[in-house]
Design a protein around this ligand. Structure first.
Ligand SMILES: [Zn+2]
Length: 477
């Protein structure tokens, strides 16, 4: 397969070396100069007879003309410029294509080609982001594990905010959240047309935090979202410089929201009392502070090791068995990929996080002991439903600490030998023999890639939609 552009450049190279004009060469092979020009510019491929005639007149072989290499360094740069300008990343910019003319110096051409190559490289780098995102998420998970999943400065910051507005315990009201915002000079505004790619938007100029409508079910989500938006300001976040920083900010605002809804001193008092009574339960903790089961279980992990001397695990698992969120410092074997990334990996089918789905009654917590290669663990699991289907929230501890929890008397026990594939990943030999060549399944698209990719200033957020939204809502000043 001959590249018409390279062939054109080689014909021009040998023609100018032979000191022939387009018309001069055209005359000798019976082709108009304009036709020859189209060939030299790569817009038309020559017929074989013309190619042979050109070779003969220029004193070279057809093979020399058809060589896939550009005839000179200058020619290579011109061809590169042409090719890169036709690429998607340049076309998207809506800029004109620049034709390399003879009067353009080699330096100008080199600079243009260099810029194009860099643009191309960056576009490719953005495509590779899910890979980097997984590495960043893994690094953060390891770091949080080392510090027992606690961010004490944020715990203090949250308690300070609550003190300042005179919070005196109990479930945090929307009103208190508004007061915290007002102290920072922000007004909470509820709208129905938030950009699809955002949870909340803050107008820094006029001091407004836009949130979804106040009437959505599960009002805790709203307090949480408002607190997260407030946290960005309190923690002095600036535009994230990369995915790792984006994830870190995300972690911190989630932490701040949970630490405000379940303030450290009150939460620790509550849990210590329950531990003493050997009656710890995520569902009680959840109800005492009026938050979701997931928030309560995750918040428990922030306080468990530092304040209650418990090593724990938390798993959020999708109906299909894939991990969507995980924290552990009790050594429970969590599935990870080759790079150490856990989210999206399938959890052992013997774990409570998965066996709980098979229960018919799901209104109460499900308790189970699981023997694993790392020891025996006790787990309490609750099933919930989200926009992406059902999921399970599990919270648990090693066998010796189960006694502090309600449900430690359970008789349910399973044995897991994962990651050994014979545990639950490989089919039963008899079944495999029966069905291997007598079945066919069509795969569903994998949904567990890390979704938010850098697109605008904020990873995952559509800038165009965002600015239109802000313009629509900006108050007259
Ligand atoms: Zn297994």
């Amino acid at each position: 397969m001959v590249d018409a552009a390279v062939l054109g450049h080689r014909i021009r190279h040998f023609r100018t070396s032979a000191e022939l004009t387009l018309d001069g060469l055209g005359e000798r092979i019976g082709l108009a100069g304009s036709q020859l020009s189209l060939i030299e510019n790569g817009h038309r491929e020559p017929k074989l007879s013309h190619l042979q005639a050109i070779a003969e007149v220029l004193g070279v072989t057809s093979a020399q003309l058809l060589d896939p290499e550009p005839p000179s360094e200058r020619s290579r740069m011109e061809l590169d410029l042409q090719r890169l300008q036709e690429g998607a990343s340049y076309k998207r910019l809506g800029l004109p294509a620049v034709r390399p003319t003879r009067s353009m110096s080699d330096d100008h051409l080199r600079a243009l080609v260099g810029l194009h190559r860099e643009l191309d490289r960056r576009a490719r780098e953005a495509i590779a982001t899910p890979e980097q995102a997984r590495r960043d998420a893994t690094a953060i998970r390891h770091r949080m594990r080392q510090q027992s999943n606690a961010l004490p400065e944020i715990d203090e910051l949250a308690e300070e905010q609550l003190r300042a507005v005179g919070y005196d315990g109990g479930s945090l009201t929307h009103r208190t959240v508004s007061e915290i915002a007002a102290r920072l000079g922000f007004e909470l505004v509820y709208v129905t047309d938030l950009p699809h790619s955002t949870r909340s938007v803050t107008d820094l100029e006029t001091g407004r935090i836009y949130l979804p409508p106040a009437s959505i079910p599960g009002g805790h989500g709203l307090r949480s979202m408002a607190l997260q938006a407030i946290a960005h300001r309190l923690l002095g976040h600036h535009e994230p410089r990369g995915y790792a920083e984006f994830l870190q900010q995300r972690l911190e605002i989630n932490y701040f929201a949970a630490a405000t809804l379940m303030p450290r001193s009150r939460a620790v008092d509550y849990l210590k009392r329950a531990k003493k009574e050997r009656n710890l339960a995520v569902e009680d903790f959840r109800d005492a502070f009026g938050v979701t089961h997931e928030t309560a279980a995750m918040r428990f992990t922030n306080l468990a090791t530092t304040h209650l001397d418990l090593r724990v695990h938390f798993l959020r698992v999708q109906e299909d068995g894939a991990l969507s969120r995980v924290y552990e410092n009790d050594g429970i074997p969590v599935p990870v990929d080759a790079s150490g990334h856990a989210e999206g990996q399938l959890v052992c089918r013997k774990f409570a996080a998965r066996s709980a789905f098979e229960r018919t009654s799901r209104t109460t917590e499900f308790y189970q002991y699981t023997d694993t290669p790392a020891g025996t663990y006790w787990c309490s699991t609750q099933i919930g439903a989200g926009h992406d289907g059902e999921f399970s929230i599990s919270f648990g501890v090693p066998f010796d600490d189960a006694k502090f929890f309600r449900g430690s008397q359970t008789a349910f026990r399973q044995v897991s030998t994962c990651p050994d594939e014979r545990c639950c990943a490989r089919p039963d030999d008899a079944l495999a023999g029966r069905w291997r060549h007598k079945s066919w399944a069509s795969a569903r698209m994998h949904q567990h890639t890390l979704a938010p990719l850098p697109r605008g200033t904020y990873p995952g957020v559509d800038d165009a939609e965002l600015y239109e939204f802000l313009e629509r809502h900006a108050p007259e000043l």
